[in-house]
Every structure is written in structure tokens, then in C-alpha cells.
Design a protein around this ligand. Structure first.
Ligand code: DX5
Ligand code: ZN
Length: 246
């Protein structure tokens, strides 16, 4: 895909964090040829998270190699306001930043406005320890909510099932919110929890990168999500306790 769909459907975005980064373009093509819908590009600054990855110069080169596919830049950086224009110039379609990095409500709104002015979609993410309620006042202004299902920083960690309460809460309370993205530890088993909770944008790193049959796995992941969305199998009845606990 080259833009976000206007209807709710399963979208699979591999994270190339655990791939052979010296062969970034080849690895990306391999996963796109296997049927991935978009690429999730993990940008880390060694400050917001204890790791370093790639930045806009690398993404710009990747864009030359992959002209059309939707690029979601997951900005795990302390100053998300600093890289908006650079990422837009590099060809990023979605700028996903963390609410924990922006200190005040004014900052968050300002960053959202600047991302839109730079013609990118807005993703707003929360780390596992952040309460989901904090997103409420921004939901109408953004395109995607990102619920982290591991502590950001590294690939290959264990999926945190209890984060699904946040996804359920969002699906229930914000029917106008189309895209809920989940990221971290998602594989052929944990995809079922994501589907039942109502997530539709699925980031999967090591599971897809290491898979011997990525095309089958991507297709199956998408089917599981689409099936659940169609049947509205996800539990939309939450207690007040659950709503406030994360
Ligand atoms: C974690 C990153 C994720 C992660 C996904 O900080 O944001 O995108 O690398 O990789 P897996 O699926 O291996 O957890
Ligand atoms: Zn990520």
C-alpha cells in the first residue's frame, strides 16, 4: 500500500530491526514480496531508549530503492519535534512519536500540527507503563494509535498480553478511531490476542524476519485480523477497573 486505507482492515508491517541491516533494501524487498502491507522503521536515538538504529539518511536511501510502499517511522527519540521535516524529506508517510517524549499538552498538539503540515500521517504511541486514557484528547487529531506491547528499545522481547486491555478500551470508546497499531513480540501465537482485542496494524519483527515461510505467515496474520474485525469478536465490554488500570 502507499497510503492508509479509509476502512478498517488488517495491515501487516514488518519491523526490520532484527534483520541484517547491511542488506536493508534486500530484506525489505523480501518481506514486501512476501505480502507485507507497509514497512515499520524503528528509529532510536540512544536517549529515549537505550539503543541506536537508523535515521533519516538511511531511510532516504531506502526510499530510493522502494519508491511506493508506505513507510511508518517509529520515532523512539527524545525530541520528536526535531526530525519532522527531515523525515518528510526522506519520504516517510507516517511519523509515529511517543507521548512520553513530549513534555506538555501544548507540545504534543504542536508536534501533531507540524507533522500534518509536512504532509505525513500522525501516529501517537504509548509505552507499556503509560496510561491509555492520556491519549483521549488527541484521538480526533491523529491517524494511528500505537500501543507498545514490549518496552521499546529492542526486538525479540516477550509480548505483554495485558496491553490488550488498552486496545480493547480504545476500540470500545473511540469507534471513529480506525487504526490501532501494536508493536513488540507479535508472532503466529500472540497475533490472536491482538486480533481479539481489535488491533488492525500489526508490527512484527523477529517472527517475520526469521520465518522460513514469511508469505504464509503474513497472509495468515492478516486473515486472523480481518476475520476478527469482521466478526467483531473482540470483547468490547470492560469494567471501569480495567479502563483505568493502564
Ligand atoms: C521495539 C520496536 C519494535 C520491535 C519489533 O522497540 O519498536 O518494532 O523491534 O520486533 P519484535 O517483533 O521482534 O518484538
Ligand atoms: Zn517499533
Amino acid at each position: 500500500m502507499d497510503s492508509l486505507p479509509k476502512e478498517l482492515k488488517g495491515l501487516i508491517g514488518p519491523s526490520i530491526l532484527n534483520a541484517d541491516l547491511s542488506a536493508l533494501a534486500d530484506e525489505s524487498h523480501r518481506l514486501l514480496n512476501a505480502g507485507a502491507d507497509y514497512l515499520h522503521l524503528d528509529v532510536m536515538d540512544g536517549h529515549f531508549v537505550p539503543n541506536l538504529t537508523i535515521g533519516h539518511p538511511v531511510i532516504k536511501c531506502l526510499r530510493k530503492n522502494i519508491p511506493k510502499i508506505y513507510f511508518d517511522a517509529h520515532m523512539m527519540v527524545s525530541k520528536p519535534e526535531q526530525w519532522i521535516q527531515e523525515m518528510a524529506d526522506a519520504g516517510v508517510n507516517q511519523y509515529t512519536f511517543h507521548i512520553e517524549a513530549a513534555t506538555t499538552t501544548e507540545n504534543i498538539s504542536e508536534i501533531i500540527r507540524k507533522i500534518k503540515e509536512a504532509n505525513m500521517k500522525v501516529g501517537l504511541g504509548i509505552k507499556p507503563k503509560t496510561n491509555v486514557n492520556i491519549l483521549s484528547e488527541f484521538i480526533d487529531d491523529i491517524d494511528v494509535v500505537l500501543i507498545m506491547t514490549v518496552e521499546p528499545g529492542f526486538g525479540g522481547q516477550k509480548f505483554m498480553t495485558d496491553m490488550m486491555d488498552k486496545v480493547r478500551w480504545l476500540r470500545k470508546n473511540y469507534p471513529q478511531l480506525l487504526h490501532i497499531e501494536v508493536d513488540g513480540g507479535i508472532n503466529m501465537k500472540t497475533i490472536n490476542d491482538c486480533a481479539q482485542a481489535g488491533a488492525n496494524m500489526i508490527v512484527s519483527g523477529s517472527a517475520l524476519v526469521d520465518s522460513k515461510q514469511p508469505n504464509k505467515d503474513i497472509e495468515q496474520m492478516r486473515e486472523i485480523i480481518d476475520e476478527s474485525l469482521k466478526n467483531k469478536k473482540y470483547n468490547i465490554h470492560l469494567t471501569n477497573d480495567q479502563q483505568c488500570s493502564h
